[in-house]
Design a protein around this ligand. Structure first.
Ligand SMILES: NC(=O)c1ccc[n+]([C@@H]2O[C@H](COP(=O)([O-])OP(=O)(O)OC[C@H]3O[C@@H](n4cnc5c(N)ncnc54)[C@H](O)[C@@H]3O)[C@@H](O)[C@H]2O)c1
Length: 379
């Protein structure tokens, strides 16, 4: 199998969640980065002894890379994905795929025209418990999925933010940054066409110009429905309900009784936002005792049972009582790299692909429309 040379565009917070995993994937090699911030470029080059370009265009023209993982702000995903595709590079793009459905179409068209793939990155579909719940649904073992209830409480509004990260017109803000995950989870597990959505949102933190909470109901063609509750004000974290285990399987004992994170989110400059961002260390090799990742609490009801996550896998509740199944190791962001590498080698499309990302964004945008117009939106 030929080696896949990977470049990372945007060397900020999310890139730091990817970089530690690149070295763990056979036949995938990190070869370059790109960022407009000189400090980010210098930090990357010092840590990895690799070049960092000052534009995504230059990275995309370079023979050093076969694929570009786009970790730039949402409103730049389209421009950067099209540039990478036109340079003949495969694309992994962070969620949400873009700022508008028209941008998603342009990205897919560029990928088609240049014979490259677009994979949606940071999707919770790569988390083993979500995958396994989807597989139970597809197996028919418990009958059809009838209902999903998801809760996600975190401190998204208190984290360091540039003004553009709160701007709905730029495809950002709490809803467009956090709802993609819960929508991916619901759409993937239900595995039926979403028919309609109704939502309410709230904006109750006077320090932040973004919605901070939302409730969403989605109806599916199969008769299933999903109920999603999101709250990012930072007073409570759902990980307190999931054995103190949160995103990426990290355990934070006692976090529930601690004071909320101090607010550090008000119209920061680049220098202020990135001053504390360290270059990431290599990720530890996962072991069988590591916990599974929890991104909120999800209870999936089937015709003949209920499934939810346990620390090492799933709890399955049926007429026989509760059964626990353990799951394969959580690979973090290595999962996307394995998917792209294997799709290229097997000459198949990736999953989740551009169509999937477009559907997800359409659903996220419908949340905002439904809330502002106080009506159900057909999907
Ligand atoms: N922060 C997270 O935990 C997280 C997790 C998953 C996905 N994401 C997604 O990752 C993407 C980036 O988010 P983030 O939190 O890392 O933002 P960030 O602001 O921390 O980092 C963005 C980086 O992109 C760089 N950049 C800006 N304009 C650029 C340009 N024109 N060319 C090259 N580089 C440019 C910035 O200098 C910065 O280093 C978003 O789409 C977000 O939804 C973020």
């Amino acid at each position: 199998m030929a080696e896949l040379k990977l470049g990372i565009a945007g060397l900020g917070t999310a890139a730091n969640l990817v970089l530690p995993y690149v070295g763990q994937v056979q036949n995938v090699r990190l070869t370059a980065g790109a960022d407009i911030r000189p400090k980010a470029r210098a930090g990357f080059t010092a840590a990895y002894s690799l070049p960092a370009f000052d534009s995504v265009a230059e990275l995309s023209r370079s023979d050093m890379v076969d694929a570009v993982w786009i970790e730039t702000p949402n409103h730049l995903h389209c421009e950067h994905a099209v540039t990478a595709a036109e340079g003949g590079k495969h694309v992994i793009v962070a969620k949400p795929m873009a700022a508008s459905v028209a941008e998603c179409d342009r990205m897919m068209e560029a990928a088609r025209a240049n014979g490259v793939r677009i994979l949606i990155g940071h999707s919770k579909i790569f988390d083993p418990p979500i995958r396994a719940m989807g597989e139970i649904a597809r197996s028919g073992r418990l009958g059809k999925v009838i209902q999903i209830d998801s809760w996600l409480y975190n401190d998204w509004l208190r984290r360091p933010r540039l003004p553009e990260e709160l701007d709905k017109k730029k495809g950002a803000g709490f809803v467009l940054r956090q709802a993609p995950h819960l929508i991916d989870i619901a759409h993937y597990i239900v595995n039926a066409a979403p028919v309609a959505l109704s939502a309410v949102t709230g904006r109750w933190d006077p320090h932040v110009s973004s919605e901070g909470n939302a409730h969403v109901q989605i109806r599916y063609a199969s008769g299933a429905f999903a109920s999603l509750s999101l709250n990012g004000y930072g007073y409570f974290d759902t990980s307190e309900l999931t054995w103190d285990i949160g995103t990426f399987g990290a355990t934070k004992p006692g976090a529930g009784s601690a004071r909320p994170r101090p607010r550090s989110n008000v119209a920061l400059t680049d220098g202020q936002k990135f001053s504390g961002l360290a270059t990431p260390a290599q990720a530890a090799t996962p072991t069988s005792t590591d916990a599974m990742p929890f991104f909120g609490l999800h209870i999936v009801s089937f015709e003949r049972g209920v499934v939810r996550q346990s620390p090492q896998g799933l709890f399955i509740y049926t007429e026989e009582g509760r059964e626990e199944v353990t799951l394969p190791l959580y690979l973090g962001r290595a999962a996307e790299l394995i998917e792209l590498r294997d799709a290229i080698a097997e000459d198949r499309d990736v999953f989740p692909n551009g169509e999937w990302g477009r559907e997800n964004l359409k659903t996220c945008l419908a949340i905002l429309t439904s809330a502002s117009e106080a009506r159900e939106i057909a999907l």
